[in-house]
Design a protein around this ligand. Structure first.
Ligand code: SF4
Ligand code: SF4
Length: 331
């Protein structure tokens, strides 16, 4: 088994492109916040011109189409073809599995690098309690359909206190699904999650007891597993991706963030106006990335301080890593 921390690099970029915020589901942990991200569905001409803003680094940029549910966009297939023509390093579609507008009949398995299916439980009961009635059956049906059409598929499991108990079942569950990658995410305290009446994030102990062990078990089935590091070891270096990497989270109202934790607030670094990428005035997230604090991630301390814990001298018991720092494990 091989395990590595995926280092940040200025030479590699990720473009998370939300082409709409509309969705057919209303998951209890949805991070989309229409007040902050807009309600527009970008038309295909706008998608093409916004893609072109990032085209000079396309060869080293991983593009991820997101929503809302991106397959609700009737021209998603044209957006995929436009990105392919520009030459992005990789193209992924994140989907809830409903695969609207017969998307798989309009693109081929050569057009995209991954179709990533969100599933938040190993049983209907747990998944549907989070993602909505019937969503388990739909995502499994969509996954089978994509696999039969030879699309490269992956799965995303967002861990919270509502479903961590079923992560243990996932190694057996995913064994014969034909997925190539499995992404474990930590639930973000933003959008709908920020309104929950109790903490949804799991404790440090629960995270460290379960996640690395289950990740290794899934990797043992021949699937590459990626999960956020979350807690930094005593000797591990803290780095903020905002300073040392290139991540762009683009929303339909034109906001472009570099840090996903900030997405509930107007702290975005850039804005797209009249098809131009404009730097926003102070104070924005960029001005905060360089702050050094003993707790590690500064945005985590400002926006979700409930994740921190202090000793009797007022010192943090552990440091929180950048949410973009990932561990990768594979056979
Ligand atoms: S989490 Fe995704 S699938 Fe669920 S409501 Fe939000 S956008 Fe839709
Ligand atoms: S999560 Fe924290 S460390 Fe990572 S980009 Fe945001 S502010 Fe920086």
């Amino acid at each position: 088994m091989q395990k590595q921390t995926v280092a940040f690099s200025k030479n590699s970029s990720n473009l998370f492109f939300h082409i709409l915020t509309k969705c057919n589901l209303s998951c209890s942990h949805c991070y989309i916040n229409k007040e902050q991200h807009g309600t527009e569905t970008l038309d295909i001409e706008t998608i093409r011109s916004w893609l072109s803003l990032f085209s000079d680094k396309a060869a080293t940029t991983n593009l991820i189409y997101l929503g809302g549910e991106p397959t609700l966009h009737p021209d998603l297939y044209l957006a995929v073809k436009a990105a392919k023509k520009i030459g992005f390093k990789s193209i992924t579609i994140d989907t809830n599995g409903y695969l609207f507008h017969d998307i798989l009949d309009k693109i081929s398995s050569d057009d995209i690098d991954f179709l990533s299916f969100s599933l938040d439980g190993a049983t209907k009961k747990t998944n549907d309690a989070i993602r909505g009635e019937g969503s388990f059956d739909k995502v499994m049906e969509g996954l089978r359909h994509a696999y039969n059409k030879k699309f490269p598929c992956s799965m995303i499991y967002t861990v919270s206190d509502k479903n961590i108990h079923e992560l243990e079942l996932m190694p057996e569950f995913v064994r014969d699904l034909g997925i190539k990658r499995f992404f474990i995410q930590v639930i973000g305290i933003r959008g709908a999650s920020s309104k929950a009446d109790h903490p949804l994030q799991v404790s440090k102990k629960a995270w460290l007891d379960v996640i690395p062990r289950v990740a290794e078990a899934i990797a043992g089935k021949g699937i590459i597993v990626t999960y956020p590091k979350v807690f930094l070891g005593r000797d591990e270096l803290f780095e903020c991706a905002g300073n040392v990497a290139q991540n762009f989270f683009v929303f339909p109202n034109g906001r472009v963030y570099q840090c996903p934790i900030c997405e509930d607030f107007p702290l975005h670094s850039y804005e797209i106006r009249e098809n131009r990428l404009i730097t926003t005035p102070k104070i924005n997230e960029k001005n905060l990335f360089s702050l050094r604090i003993p707790e590690g991630c500064v945005m985590n301390k400002i926006i979700q301080p409930q994740t921190l814990s202090y000793d009797k001298n007022g010192l943090p018991k552990y440091r929180i890593a950048c949410c973009m720092l990932k561990e990768e494990i594979f056979k």
